[in-house]
Each structure stands twice: as structure tokens, then as C-alpha cells.
Design a protein around this ligand. Structure first.
Ligand SMILES: NC(=O)c1ccc[n+]([C@@H]2O[C@H](COP(=O)([O-])OP(=O)(O)OC[C@H]3O[C@@H](n4cnc5c(N)ncnc54)[C@H](O)[C@@H]3O)[C@@H](O)[C@H]2O)c1
Length: 695
């Protein structure tokens, strides 16, 4: 059945786009629109045409189901559809509601007239996939909204509500009442007006354009330096302002084809699909029944408990917070209030919202107060004995069917579940710090976790505006398990010849938000030291991290103590290289009997990233992660991995797994290498040998 329905209203033909959910411009819909335009042209009783969207959008743009498939390029392409609208002998009026983005907006710009409901979200978001609008958007939009607005929209990809653009030539009318009635009335009014207006014929004369374009170019160079697309977007608008329309279209097409080949665009498109894939759990169908989550409870109001409680309050879910001491409860609440007030000061929320959210927090020291909560998240000390006490108590007091979640970062979720008589209700919800800010939520699926519990928590992650990624139970789950090898490489690099600032700089230059030593100084070096000491006690024969231990023995826990891997001046957060650390590093190398050598940035990056990749491959093999792109999502949303590299697994694919394995063999042959560590995981070795990739 055609996805473009053809009807008539008097002398007006109405073509209704109908490809749920957002009228993506796939092959069938494109064909249907062209057929409708032809039919209207051929019918002497029809004087004008209205294009309108069914359902919740005019059009969200390209049909993502067609991405990377030959159908995306099959005729009629979007270019052909737009040309058909432009060349229609009868006026084509587009009636826009709710969503008009990407190709949807480009189509609208190709039609003779545009009318819209207030509140319709107008955007050209292609830049978010490392592209620019490739169907005339960069050439037509500036002609109707001016250079400044067009650059802002195309470079940011951010939606602008229709009423904000009401004064521009983008719209011929804003229609307050029934959109289709209004559009048909408008079409009737203009049915005989000739010549038919075309955006391509509007002269773009804006004396302020050169100045504005220069500013835009500087801004883009500063904030999007690693991405080629935003620069091309500015160039495209400049072309629109300076060259004939057809030349501009050809320029735009070439730029689009060049951008689609860039690793940055490939990575961004990978991340786009990875986010969608992560919400699909292979053996948990989408129609799995879920449990309602109308109320929540959090145990522990410390660093994590407070942030987790804020997530619930932000989503309008009342949350009871339990602590053992009044003092801890008061402190936790005070921190939350301070955070909210900080957001209000920055204008992110209103003062009234601060109070609304605070009112959703119910402090208590009595377990009886939380028995009726639909979900409880435990965030007490990372100690199995404490967790055991808490979960035994929860098993006693929580109503049947309540979800019992733990925020543990290292402990065995199956063991925690065994403290209850309802292991099917127990799950890990591993938030990242600061929990009210970080997007990632690792959802840890225990051996007995119920599918409905998993589906409920996956749905909850969306409500809390998190990216939920499912992990099986293992030490460190996906993210921290991989981080272990990465951090070991960072420390080995110090022992072999690098300094913290060199390692940080190399990784930051490659695109990490922050290098590992700066991160460690921010989070507190004592956390790792505490874990290492426990490990040393359990494995007394294994080698120690002499350099990292020395830093901690001197009380250099990071920013909070004024020094760590760097030194900090009072009241400032700038990480300053410290000769004391250099001495510690040099002495450490000596103690380990290592002759220091000069280490290049490429080696630093490869050793750190390939350490992630090799462990990622094991995680995949063991089924801890369902797919390579889930691992990428964990690193993109929780670990500051450069988005334009698409995540560790994607970046390995981009380098070629054959090359990754060869590099690993080279690192295994270095004088002080841990040969076992650099042995490729069987999955990695196999894919490399077969010339395949992870993603
Ligand atoms: N800090 C992080 O970056 C981070 C990240 C992810 C996960 N986690 C995990 O989250 C959990 C909490 O970590 P945190 O950093 O918030 O610790 P924290 O020390 O800041 O807070 C723990 C809180 O739990 C309270 N508490 C202790 N025993 C309790 C009990 N029996 N009943 C009620 N409250 C109790 C304490 O008073 C304290 O306020 C740990 O399991 C940790 O591994 C921490």
C-alpha cells in the first residue's frame, strides 16, 4: 500500500505522508509523493496541492531503516522528489506540524508555499551524524531565514520552534486552528497566482553575511575542531550567499559525498545506531511486560545515593532516602539542594522546580517507610558484609514485586541476590559519578534476574534520560573490567619512560575528554589504592604498582588534597606538572630495573586503546556484552571516549583488526612487556585472520 494517500478537497489535492512513526522519507513514501504530484498535475479539476503528514510528525527526514541500503539511493531520490515539487505546474503547499527535520525540511523548502502549526520543531540535524544537509537545505534555508539563523541551525542541528521563525520567508502563514483546513484554504487562495514562487529564486542579499560567517568559522574551529562537518556547514552557507543556486547545489552534493566517507561521520552514524541497538536485549522481546515504577527508594545518601535520588526526582518520581544516621541524611540532602540551586543559578531549572524536586525526596532512617516503593536502589559502602545486611533487610520489608537494585561497582550481583528469597527481582544498576550528570547506566543482569525486571529497568533508564546498556555479571562489568588493563598500560608507560602529563596529553590529543592521570586526580587516587591493597592482600605474590602506591603513600590523593599526579594551586583546578612526581616515576623505574626510553604518542594511544579492545573482545566472547556496539556505548557515555571515534571497538575496526593484532604483537615483544596481556583474545585473532570487523 502506498505510504502517500491521495484525496481531494474541492479543487485541492491532499497528499498525506503516512510512514509511521515519523514519516521517514523512504523509497515507498518518496515514490508515493511523486505519484501524487503527477496525478494532481494530470487532473484538470485540481488547482493546487497540499502535502501534509499523518500522525505525530510532518516528516523526521530520511528513513533510518533504509540507512546504508541501496533503497536509500533508489529513484525517486529525495532530490527527484524535490525537483518534482518545484516543477509542479500547480502550487504545492506544505502543511507542517510537530516535527519537520532533515529531508522533511528540505522537501518543504523545495515546495512553493509553507504553512505551519505553532510549536512545530524545525531542524536540519545532519551535522549530528557528521554530515551536512545534502538535498538543497544549505542553499535554500539561508535564502528564507537569512545567513545568521541558517548557520546557527545547520551547524548546531538544534530544532527551532516554528513560531520563532514566523517572521521569516520560511513560512507563508502560521495556522492556529486546524492545520489541514487552514492549508486547504491557503492553497485555494493562491491557486491561480503565477509565477509560482520558488526559494531558489530568492536573492540572498545580506551585507552582514561576511562578518557573521567569519565569526561562525572561528567559533566552529574552537569548539568543533575534531569534526569536519560543522566547518563544511559554514562553508556551504557562504557558497549559498556568494554563488548561483545551481552551483551551490552541486557544491553541497560534493561536500555531502566527501563527508559521508569521513571516519568521523562513520563513527557518529555508528554511535547513532549503537544507542538504538543497546535498548534491544536479544532474548527479551520488546513486548515483555514491565512493572510500574511510580515510587522509588535509595539506601545510602552518599556520593552516589544522592545523585541517584536526584535522577528519580528529576523524572517526577517520589523517592525515599534511607540512611543509618541523621547526620548523613542531612548532609546528603544538603548536597542535593546545593546541586539543584547551582542548576537554578545557571538558569537550567527554575526556583520553583528546585522546591518541587526537593519535595519529592523523603528522608528516613526507618526501613518501614520504604516497603511500598516499586524499586529500591542500594548505594551503601562497597563491602559485601554491609550489602548482605541491607539486602536481607530489604527482602523482609519490601512489598512483593518490588525491584531490588544494587549500585555496586565491583561486587558479585548474583551473590547479593542470594541474600534474598527473590533473586528474580534483584538487578544491578551501575550509575556513574556524578550520577545526576553522567549518561551511562550499566544494567547488570544476574543469573536469575527476571526478564520483566530487566525490561522495566531498561525502560526506567529512558525515563531517567540515561543510556542503559546491559552487562552480564563479572568483575567490573563491561566498563571497569576493560578499564583495568587500560590503567595498567598507563602505569607501565610511566615505568618505561613516559610522564603523567605526556600520557594525558597524548590521549587528550587523540580525543579523550580527559587523560587518565587527570581523571584519577579528580576522582581521588585513594579509591584505586584501596582496591590495590585489597588485591595485594589476596594475591601476595603478584607484582605491585610501585609508582602509583608511592604517590598515595605521600597522601597525594588528587585535587582534594591539593596534589596527586599533578600539583594544584589553592582554589584552582589546573593540573600542573610536578617535579616531585617526576622523581617518584624515575625512582620507580630504577627500582623495577627498567631502563627508561623515549615513548612516542602513537605508542601511548595504541597501547591504551588496544588494551580496551582486547578485553572488550573477551567480554563479547563471554557474552557479558550482547554486541560490540554496546561496549562502544559504555565508553562513549561513561568514560569520555571520543565520540568521533565511535568507541573502542569501532576505532579498532577503523584501524583494521589485522593491524591491531600486528601492533599488539609488537608491544608484546618490547623488553618489559607482559606477553600474556598482549595475546589477542581468540575472537579478535579470529576476526583479524578472517579479515572481518567487530561492528
Ligand atoms: N563513587 C563512585 O564513583 C561510584 C561509582 C559507581 C558506583 N559506586 C558504588 O556506589 C556505592 C556507594 O558509593 P558512594 O561513593 O556513594 O559511597 P559513599 O561513602 O559516598 O556513600 C555511602 C553512604 O552509605 C551510607 N551507609 C553505609 N551503610 C549503610 C547502611 N547499612 N544503611 C544505609 N546507609 C548506609 C553511608 O552513611 C554513606 O552516606 C558503592 O557500592 C560504590 O562501589 C560508586
Amino acid at each position: 500500500m502506498s505510504q502517500a494517500h491521495y484525496t481531494t478537497r474541492g479543487a485541492v489535492a491532499v497528499i498525506t505522508l503516512d510512514n509511521p512513526p515519523v514519516n521517514g522519507l523512504g523509497y515507498e513514501l518518496r515514490s508515493g509523493i511523486v505519484a501524487g504530484l503527477d496525478r494532481a498535475a494530470a487532473d484538470p479539476a485540481v488547482k493546487a496541492i497540499v502535502l501534509v503528514g499523518a500522525g505525530k510528525a510532518f516528516s523526521g527526514g530520511a528513513d533510518i531503516k533504509e540507512f546504508n541500503s541501496p533503497r536509500a539511493l533508489a529513484e525517486p531520490t529525495l532530490h527527484t522528489v524535490i525537483r518534482a515539487a518545484e516543477q509542479s505546474p500547480k502550487p504545492v503547499v506544505v502543511a507542517i506540524h510537530a516535527v519537520c527535520m532533515g529531508g522533511g525540511l528540505e522537501l518543504a523548502l523545495g515546495c512553493h508555499y509553507r504553512v505551519a502549526s505553532p510549536g512545530a520543531q524545525m531542524a536540519l540535524p545532519e551535522v549530528k551524524l557528521g554530515l551536512l544537509p545534502g538535498a538543497g537545505g544549505t542553499q535554500r534555508l539561508p535564502r528564507v531565514v537569512g545567513v545568521e539563523t541558517a548557520v546557527n541551525m545547520i551547524v548546531s542541528g538544534t530544532p527551532v520552534p516554528s513560531e520563532k521563525l514566523a517572521g521569516t520567508k520560511l513560512f507563508d502563514a502560521i495556522i492556529e486552528g486546524d492545520l489541514l483546513d487552514g492549508a486547504v484554504a491557503f492553497a485555494t487562495k493562491v491557486a491561480d497566482v503565477r509565477p509560482l514562487p520558488l526559494v531558489r529564486n530568492i536573492a540572498l542579499v545580506d551585507p552582514r553575511a561576511p562578518g557573521f560567517l567569519a565569526v561562525a568559522r572561528n567559533t566552529v574551529a574552537a569548539i568543533a575542531k575534531d569534526y569536519p562537518a560543522p566547518r563544511k556547514c559554514v562553508d556551504a552557507v557562504e557558497v549559498a550567499a556568494t554563488r548561483p543556486f545551481e552551483e551551490g547545489l552541486a557544491w553541497e552534493r560534493d561536500a555531502f559525498l566527501a563527508l559521508i566517507q569521513t571516519p568521523e561521520s562513520r563513527a557518529l552514524r555508528h554511535a547513532f545506531f549503537a544507542e538504538r541497538a543497546a535498548s534491544k536485549i536479544p532474548d527479551v522481546p520488546e513486548d515483555t511486560p514491565t512493572r510500574p515504577v511510580r515510587s522509588a527508594a535509595v539506601i545510602g545518601a552518599g556520593t552516589m545515593g544522592g545523585g541517584i535520588a536526584m535522577n528519580f526526582a528529576n523524572a517526577g518520581i517520589p523517592v525515599t532516602m534511607l540512611e543509618v544516621k541523621q547526620e548523613a541524611l542531612d548532609k546528603g540532602l544538603a548536597v542535593i539542594r546545593k546541586n539543584y540551586e547551582g542548576s537554578a543559578k545557571k538558569g537550567k531549572i527554575t526556583a520553583a522546580q528546585v522546591e518541587e524536586r526537593m519535595a519529592l525526596l523523603r528522608p528516613t532512617m526507618d526501613y518501614a517507610a520504604l516497603g511500598q516503593a516499586d524499586i529500591v536502589v542500594e548505594a551503601v559502602f562497597e563491602d559485601m558484609a554491609v550489602k548482605e545486611k541491607v539486602f536481607r533487610k530489604l527482602d523482609e520489608v519490601m512489598k512483593p514485586g518490588a525491584i531490588l537494585a544494587t549500585n555496586t561497582s565491583t561486587l558479585d550481583v548474583d551473590r547479593i541476590a542470594s541474600f534474598t528469597r527473590r533473586p528474580q527481582d534483584v538487578i544491578g544498576t551501575h550509575f556513574f559519578s556524578p550520577a545526576n550528570v553522567m549518561k551511562l547506566l550499566e544494567i547488570v543482569r544476574g543469573k536469575q534476574t527476571g526478564k520483566d525486571v530487566l525490561a522495566t529497568v531498561m525502560g526506567l533508564s529512558k525515563k531517567l534520560k540515561k543510556t542503559g546498556v546491559v552487562s552480564g555479571v563479572c568483575d567490573g562489568f563491561i566498563g571497569n573490567r576493560m578499564l583495568h588493563g587500560y590503567l595498567n598500560q598507563c602505569l607501565s608507560l610511566l615505568a618505561e619512560g613516559a610522564l603523567p602529563q605526556q600520557v594525558d596529553r597524548a590521549l587528550e590529543k587523540w580525543g579523550f575528554v580527559m587523560g587518565p592521570f587527570r581523571v584519577s586526580d579528580l576522582a581521588g587516587n585513594d579509591i584505586g589504592w584501596y582496591i590495590r591493597k585489597r588485591h595485594y592482600a589476596e594475591h601476595p605474590d603478584e607484582p605491585r604498582q610501585i609508582i602509583a602506591d608511592k604517590v598515595c603513600e605521600l597522601g597525594r590523593f588528587g585535587q582534594k588534597t591539593g596534589s596527586g599526579w599533578y600539583r594544584y594551586e589553592a582554589g584552582k583546578r589546573d593540573a600542573l606538572p610536578d617535579p616531585v612526581v617526576e622523581e617518584i616515576v624515575l625512582a620507580g623505574s630504577k627500582e623495577m630495573g627498567i631502563a627508561r626510553r623515549k615513548i612516542g604518542n602513537d605508542e601511548i594511544v595504541e597501547r591504551c586503546v588496544y588494551a580496551l579492545v582486547n578485553e572488550g573482545a573477551r567480554i563479547l566472547e563471554e557474552g557479558i556484552a550482547a554486541r560490540a556496539s554496546d561496549i562502544d556505548m559504555v565508553y562513549l557515555t561513561g568514560y569520555g571516549f571520543p565520540v568521533y571515534r565511535g568507541g573502542p571497538m569501532r576505532s579498532a575496526d577503523e584501524a583494521g583488526l589485522f593491524n591491531v593484532v600486528r601492533s599488539m604483537a609488537r608491544y608484546a615483544a618490547l623488553p618489559h612487556a607482559d606477553r600474556e596481556f598482549w595475546k589477542p583474545a581468540p575472537l579478535l585473532a579470529r576476526l583479524a585472520a578472517e579479515g572481518k570487523s567487530f561492528t
